[in-house]
Design a protein around this ligand. Structure first.
Ligand SMILES: Nc1ncnc2c1ncn2[C@@H]1O[C@H](COP(=O)(O)OP(=O)(O)OP(=O)(O)O)[C@@H](O)[C@H]1O
Ligand SMILES: [Mg+2]
Length: 251
């Protein structure tokens, strides 16, 4: 039987860092295959929300359910197993600059490999075929053995995406994946993220400062303000007034 759980379900979630309420009263349900943008000004809670979705943070209140399981109640090995289905791409790429591209891509799989394999792979590239296929999908197949610090920003972001692809995740989370790229490179990376997620029906949750990409590349836009959901709407229904209200300081 194929279970039809939402990919994410947040029930009245709050998260505090000491006295600061980073998120409060979040109710959010994301179904398989949806492309969701998280928007809102700096400090609104976008990165914190993504950290709750991939289980790197647990809520102070409420429940985070991932693929039908309540993350807060799982034993660590079961939680890690679930977390491997979620690939995260970061703004700063999180790559090891002085390693060759292939090692950075293989790093996406370290969690699935036994320790010996992970250790050996740091010296001798393993799984060359899988890494090379992933790099081919992101359009820079020829860079497999290049040192990562010789790549441009756009190429590095492609490597960061390839590293997530070798995990073969059912969900991709991306935290401002284009904020350090120029407009042309930003469009290429957003096109790439839409293409690879569309091909396999992968769910995408992406935080963005550039509203135009939220509109053009996502089905749904969640606006966060002061740690709360201000709107959760289909991208085609998003109005300029809603955007203005989201970014003004007064409510
Ligand atoms: N580790 C932390 N310790 C203390 N406070 C934190 C921590 N992480 C986030 N916060 C606070 O939580 C709030 C939300 O931060 P978050 O990083 O999620 O915002 P954001 O929407 O991602 O902003 P940006 O667009 O600048 O990346 C902010 O007030 C921030 O200062
Ligand atoms: Mg952030």
């Amino acid at each position: 039987m194929v279970e039809n759980f939402p990919v994410f379900e947040l029930k009245n979630v709050g998260l505090r860092f000491g006295a600061i309420a980073s998120l409060s009263g979040i109710n959010l349900r994301i179904e398989a295959g949806e492309k969701v943008a998280l928007v809102g000004s700096s400090g609104a809670g976008k990165s914190t929300l993504l950290s709750l979705l991939n289980g790197s943070l647990l809520p102070s209140e409420g429940e985070v359910w991932v693929l039908g399981r309540n993350l807060g109640t799982l034993r660590p090995p079961v939680r890690r197993h679930l977390q491997r289905q979620i690939g995260t791409v970061y703004q700063q790429f999180h790559l090891v600059e002085n390693l060759r591209v292939i090692h950075n891509i293989n790093a996406g799989n370290l969690g699935n490999w036994p320790l010996w394999k992970a250790a050996v792979s740091l010296m001798y590239p393993l799984e060359v075929k899988a890494a090379s296929e992933a790099l081919n999908r992101v359009g820079i197949a020829e860079k497999l053995f290049e040192r990562t610090d010789r790549l441009s920003g756009g190429q590095r972001q492609r490597v960061a995406i390839a590293r997530v692809l070798v995990q073969n995740p059912s969900v991709i989370l991306a935290d401002e994946p284009i904020s350090s790229l120029d407009p042309e490179r930003s469009l290429e990376i957003m096109d790439l993220l839409s293409k690879i997620t569309r091909e396999r029906g992968t769910t995408l949750v992406v935080s963005l400062h550039a509203i135009e990409f939220a509109r053009s590349h996502c089905d749904r836009v969640v606006g966060l303000k002061g740690g709360r959901v201000q709107f959760d709407i289909s991208a085609s229904d998003l109005t300029d007034t809603m955007i203005e209200k989201l970014y003004t300081t007064q409510d």
